[in-house]
Design a protein around this ligand. Structure first.
Ligand SMILES: [Zn+2]
Length: 264
């Protein structure tokens, strides 16, 4: 069965929510998508019932702090696991060229040499090309360039085991150049920085992000069947789901809740 396990839903500078990252799960096969920005990734995995040894494939969408730096903490744990044979097999990272360059420059500077050496020996970085298909977690995953305004940003699309089309769109407002590609999809994962009513406070648009209402309106026009929103600000602890649902309806989108494991 297909499952999405959210490990964090926060934007790039949240403290109460961990930064956005999740596991795409198919039976006992897992693809970790992004790693958040800190050591919290290790705890989030454990809270969701995962050991690091359950994860062998990671996709990093882009090189921003809140998606990439958790990987350095994974490397720290992984390096010591490799050193004492606590992790078997290769740890694979799939990413665009810019992310690969960032990882390669960074890890040897921030890790003790014994751990950095273990990472160098055992971690394989696969640099993705636009529209490259890789079989991961039992899915044919087609990675593609989201044509962002800033750093290189890749998303992916796949057909789930239930034959539904699933698309992950990273953490920028979807570029209209991609509309033909994504229209009629069954599931879209799209960022929503804040409520539209609070845009003047959080200033989503100037950061190339969306509000709940704005993304719902666009996705509704594109006949998207289910929308999964993430990468949000961290206020409204008590009633965020309700408030976001209400605004999604204002965007004429029927917001479905409860199909996915939701782990704040
Ligand atoms: Zn982000």
């Amino acid at each position: 069965m297909d499952k999405i396990i959210m490990l964090g839903t926060g934007h790039g500078f949240t403290f109460d929510l961990y930064n956005t990252c999740f596991i795409l799960k198919n039976e006992n096969k897992n693809l970790l998508v992004d790693t958040g920005g800190g050591a919290e990734i290790i705890r989030r995995l454990e809270q969701a019932g995962y050991k690091l040894s359950d994860i062998h494939d990671v996709f990093i969408s882009h090189c921003h702090t809140d998606h990439l730096l958790g990987l350095m903490w994974i490397f720290k744990r992984l390096g010591s696991m490799y050193a004492r044979q606590g992790y078997l097999g290769t740890f694979n990272i799939y990413c665009n060229e810019e992310v690969a360059n960032s990882i390669n420059k960074m890890y040897s500077l921030v890790l003790p040499s014994v751990l950095a050496n273990a990472i160098k020996e055992n971690v394989k970085i696969h640099i993705l090309q636009d529209n490259e298909v890789v079989k991961l977690a039992g899915y044919d995953i087609k990675f593609f360039d989201l044509q962002p305004r800033g750093n290189m940003l890749y998303g992916f699309e796949t057909i789930l085991k239930n034959n539904k089309k699933f698309i992950f769109l990273g953490d920028e407002t979807c570029n209209p150049k991609l509309y033909d590609r994504i229209k009629d999809a069954d599931y879209i994962m799209h960022e929503a920085f804040c409520l539209d009513a609070e845009e003047p406070i959080f200033k989503a648009y100037e950061k190339h992000h969306s509000t709940v209402k704005s993304v719902c309106q666009e996705m509704n026009k594109l006949n998207i069947k289910n929308l999964i929103l993430y990468h949000t600000e961290d206020t409204h602890k008590e009633n965020k789901k309700e408030l976001y649902k209400q605004e999604a309806k204002m965007g004429h989108f029927l917001f479905r809740v409860g199909k996915f494991t939701y782990c704040q």
